[in-house]
Design a protein around this ligand. Structure first.
Ligand code: C2O
Ligand code: CU
Ligand code: CU
Length: 535
């Protein structure tokens, strides 16, 4: 096996027909290659802006339960059930079958406060059969494993290991897990999602995710738009059949259906296709989450209206960053403020590149704005490199077969089952150098921790792969201002070394780090790591 330089796009350009939406050319190709593959719906034939943007319900606690650490203390207790549902993604389509946490899709949003722990019982109420194509050649999804398994991870949370949703801690239908979330961290938008080993991409594609907000006093003191003026925008792309059902593409080899990335032509926002949102001529806060399997978004307004980014994955930026386009990779979150007061009575269309995502309809009335966008948000003290006690060189690897098709992706050329090699000490700070010789950008996520991006530097991949020598082709570039805050997921760009600086705080125990392109993660771009106690 050799490590390839070629991108998914280059690979798939060998294949036949392409759709106007770009990366989705597998669609028609596979429809030809596999006679039984249903034909995908051409979403451009659907009427746009006929469905209002839904906002997921707020999760409601079902009373109190004793705290696991201190039985005298009682904590809010939630019970959330993963189950099969049907939900209309568009006025003119029949209901689509999803799996969701709760009765609508995405699942309910948690509204929580920093320093206030809570308990969630995650119930697997799913059917016994999977409705998406399992690849039994993938680690953890072998024939002897139950088809339907789920385990929930709270992405971005500083959670003890037994509640972190370790990918092997899955449960089967009829079972549940009680997880404890201490919430000892700053205000941020987190998200909960399935993490079952070997089928995570399928469970997420099916719809198993939702938002989780942590609030705190620092955020509240800024008087940012709130209530109905603060709206989550959860984006995920899907392919649908003409009957409006989820289509998850497979390779022509029935024994190993896995494909390296899945893209859909339907961009769903909070459960609807091409929705509209009626807004007042004032500032709104949008909490954007990319919950897609593989798609990176480049979001902008059709009229190039400017907006501000005020926060990253792990909370507020030091100051608002003016933008006209937002790049957001799978797993990442962006906290945006958009001022509609200039657009009274107008309509703004949000696009992903050239593709329409949704519409904002600004009411004609007078702007009723109180205050202005603060110029300073929350200090993010830069961690000096000298704080790091170790630097780890970690490679992102892609392996192809003789035909040039990727068959597997790894971190540091190691499989999931190999012994744990990354063992940072609790309380210490490390630099992780993510060496990406591939031609894909990989959004790399570490559980438990938050980190800062130091820099990115282009290198010559072949020299590195053959001789382990670094030959840099340019200067180290600092992170973009929009990502110069606390992060938990970083875009490791192709042919670059991306360096992050990570304080390992919270708990000792076994966690994971992985690429958040879910097809990569499942096969097997995910590794355990272990936080160990100081000697
Ligand atoms: Cu968003 Cu390991 O997770
Ligand atoms: Cu995570
Ligand atoms: Cu990847």
């Amino acid at each position: 096996m050799v490590i390839t330089r070629r991108t998914f796009l280059e690979r798939s350009s060998l294949l036949a027909a392409t759709l106007a939406t770009g990366k989705n050319r597998f669609l028609e190709t596979m429809a030809h290659a596999v006679p039984t593959m249903p034909v995908a719906l051409d979403v451009t034939t659907l009427a746009q802006f006929v469905d209002p943007l839904p906002v997921p319900d707020i999760a409601r606690s079902q009373g109190q339960r004793p705290s696991p650490g201190d039985p005298k203390r009682s904590l809010p207790f939630y019970r959330i059930r993963a189950q099969a549902i049907a939900s209309k993604v568009h006025r003119d389509l029949p209901p689509t079958k999803f799996w969701s946490f709760g009765t609508s899709m995405p699942g309910p949003t948690f509204e929580t406060r920093s320093g206030e722990p809570l308990l969630v019982e995650w119930v697997n109420g799913l059917p016994n059969e999977h409705f998406l194509p399992i690849d039994h050649t993938i680690h953890g999804a072998e024939e002897d494993k139950p088809a339907v398994r789920t385990v929930v991870h709270l992405h971005g949370a500083k959670t003890p290991p037994e509640s972190d949703g370790y990918p092997e801690d899955w449960i089967v239908p009829g079972k549940s897990s009680l997880y404890y979330y201490p919430n000892q961290q700053e205000a941020a938008m987190l998200w909960y999602h399935d993490h079952a080993l070997g089928i995570n991409r399928l469970n997420m594609y099916a719809g198993l995710f939702g938002a989780f907000f942590i609030r705190d006093g620092v955020e509240e003191a800024l008087a940012l738009p709130k209530g109905k003026y603060e709206v989550p925008l959860i984006l995920y792309d899907r392919l649908l059949t003409r009957e409006g059902q989820l289509l998850y593409l497979v390779s022509p080899d029935p024994k190993s259906p896995w494909l390296p990335e899945i893209f859909g032509n339907a961009i769903v926002v909070n459960g609807k296709l091409f929705p509209y949102l009626e807004v007042e001529p004032r500032r709104y806060r949008f909490r954007v989450l990319n919950a897609s399997n593989a798609r990176f978004y480049h979001l902008s307004f059709a009229n190039e209206a400017p907006f501000h980014q005020i926060g990253t994955d792990q909370g507020l930026l030091p100051a608002p960053v003016p933008l006209t386009e937002l790049e957001i990779a799978p797993g990442e979150r962006a906290d945006l403020v958009v001022d509609f007061s200039e657009h009274r009575g107008g309509q703004l269309v949000l696009k992903n590149n050239a593709v329409v995502v949704m519409q904002f309809r600004v009411s004609p009335g007078k702007a009723v704005e109180t205050g202005s966008l603060p110029s300073a948000l929350r200090p993010v003290p830069k961690i000096p490199e000298s704080k790091a006690v170790a630097t780890r060189l970690l490679t992102l690897d892609e392996f192809v077969n003789k035909a040039g098709n990727p068959v597997m992706l790894l971190l540091n050329a190691s499989h999931w089952k190999h012994p744990v090699t990354e063992k940072p000490v609790l309380g210490s700070t490390e630099i992780w150098s993510l060496i990406n010789p591939t031609s894909d950008s990989h959004p790399i996520h570490l559980h438990l921790v938050r980190f800062q991006i130091l820099d990115r530097q282009t290198f010559e991949p072949w020299l590195f792969q053959t001789k382990r020598e670094f030959h840099f082709l340019g200067p180290a570039e600092p992170p973009d201002p929009s990502e110069a805050g606390w992060k938990d997921t970083v875009r490791a760009h192709p042919r670059m070394v991306t360096r992050i600086i990570v304080p390992f705080e919270g708990f000792t125990g076994r966690y994971v780090w992985h690429c958040h392109i879910l097809e990569h993660e499942d096969n097997e771009m995910m590794r355990p790591y272990e936080v160990i106690a100081a000697a």
